[in-house]
Design a binder for this molecule. Structure first.
Ligand code: PLP
Length: 400
């Protein structure tokens, strides 16, 4: 019998705020009703604000981030097209595998896990491609398996520097809504995300930001697609409708989640993620653990992958946290299994929750055989929170 609250520190699905959950508890409604657009039309507009695009379009596909990956590829590319991709974690690896399965000619650059997108190698490949054979460049903005955030703006600069007109496809599933993401400024043509990470909703939506250039490419791409056809969406979305039954409950939840984000302020949401992540990283380091991301400039503000000491099995850490402390940590994926556990720190989260995560990590690491001085990680995070509290984040104790 488990008592009290359970604690979810996985990088998706993330905690759904209570008011968002309640907003979804509404009767089923007629998806062809004349006023259905009252619910949906504002979501297209407001998701563009989150993506920071003025000229792009937004599509909501019932599905998940993986479905949005597929929609991005099948709508804009043709079988045999040469594309530039890189692998540096489980999610970037899976997108490469999908691109191969769909019949693209994938030029893949393998990078050690813990590094990010290889900007210099992309720049070189683009500069060498004088006849424009490369049709698209793929970037996994935030590699959730390793806790690495890559520099999308630098890839845009590489494309522009080579005067190359390949499409830029970006996986922002674990970054959009939590980290700085500038679809327009970075010239992103396809921005992929899902509902269950930074957007604080249940899983069930694959979300795409699509540039005007990508919509134009969709008119000429010959890859087979049916369910994910952009033009069917374009035709129906204009009035707020969908080509098939949409998950109306999720839309009500999204309305509430976006309202929360705008109320906090998008820049404040990003700053909060940075502050909480900084505390988690300090805590983890003070425990004597190593962060998988190779350099501070690669540190992800939504997830930290933590390498455990050699004699410890990270699976034991995760199992103890779950069984004894009602707490979920993310596992080490693929080649990181057993060596790594992950703390997801994105979405609806605060200081006290991060301190809980660190505290449970210490208890579970100790049980798994790590040499832990209890409280060291928690204390480092507490000290950081205390020092970094600004006048904005501090509430006066006794208001006049
Ligand atoms: C979670 C995730 C995905 C997969 O999304 P699903 O919604 O599980 O299909 C893809 N890429 C990244 C970076 C992710 O974090």
């Amino acid at each position: 019998m488990k008592t009290g609250q359970s604690h979810l520190f996985i990088p998706g699905p993330t905690n759904v705020p209570e008011d968002v959950r309640r907003a979804m508890n509404v009767p089923m409604q007629d998806m062809r009703a004349p006023d259905f657009g009252d619910l949906t039309l504002s979501l297209f507009t407001d998701m563009k604000r989150v993506l920071r695009t003025e000229t792009g379009s937004v599509f909501f596909f019932p599905g998940s981030g993986t479905g949005a990956w597929e929609a991005a590829i099948t709508n804009t590319l043709s079988p045999g097209d040469k594309v530039l991709m890189s692998r540096f974690g489980q999610f970037s690896t899976l997108w490469v595998e999908m691109a191969i399965r769909l019949g693209l000619d994938v030029h893949v650059i393998d990078v050690p896990w813990g590094q990010g997108v290889p900007v210099a190698q992309y720049a070189e490949a683009l500069a060498d491609d004088t006849d424009g054979a490369i049709k698209a460049v793929f970037v996994t903005h935030n590699e959730t398996a390793t806790g690495v955030t890559s520099d999308v703006a630098a890839i845009r600069a590489a494309l522009d520097g080579a005067d190359h007109d390949a499409l830029l496809l970006v996986d922002g599933v674990s970054s959009i809504g939590s980290l700085e993401f500038r679809m327009e400024d970075w010239g992103v043509d396809l921005a992929v995300t899902g509902s269950q990470k930074g957007l604080m909703l249940p899983a069930g939506l694959g979300i795409l930001g699509v540039s005007a250039k990508a919509l134009e490419a969709a008119k000429h791409s010959t890859m087979r697609r049916a369910y994910f056809e952009f033009s069917d969406m374009v035709a129906m979305n204009a009035g707020g409708y969908f080509p098939y039954t949409p998950p109306t409950q999720l839309f009500h939840g999204m309305r509430a989640a976006l309202d929360r984000m705008f109320c906090e302020g998008l820049d404040n949401v990003i700053a909060r993620h940075h502050r909480l992540a900084s505390a988690v990283r300090r805590g983890v380091t003070a425990m004597g653990m190593e962060i998988v991301a190779a350099e501070p400039c690669l540190y992800s503000d939504t997830v930290t992958a933590i390498r455990v000491p050699e004699r410890v099995d990270a699976r034991d850490v995760i199992a103890t946290a779950y069984a004894d402390y009602n707490t979920s940590f993310g596992s080490g994926l693929a080649q990181l299994a057993g060596d790594v556990f992950r703390i997801g720190h994105l979405g609806d989260l605060n200081e006290a929750m991060c301190l809980t995560a660190l505290s449970v990590a210490e208890m579970s690491l100790a049980r798994a055989g790590a040499d832990i001085r209890f409280g060291a990680g928690v204390a480092a995070a507490q000290a950081y929170f205390a020092e970094s509290q600004t006048e904005q984040t501090k509430t006066p104790i006794a208001a006049e």
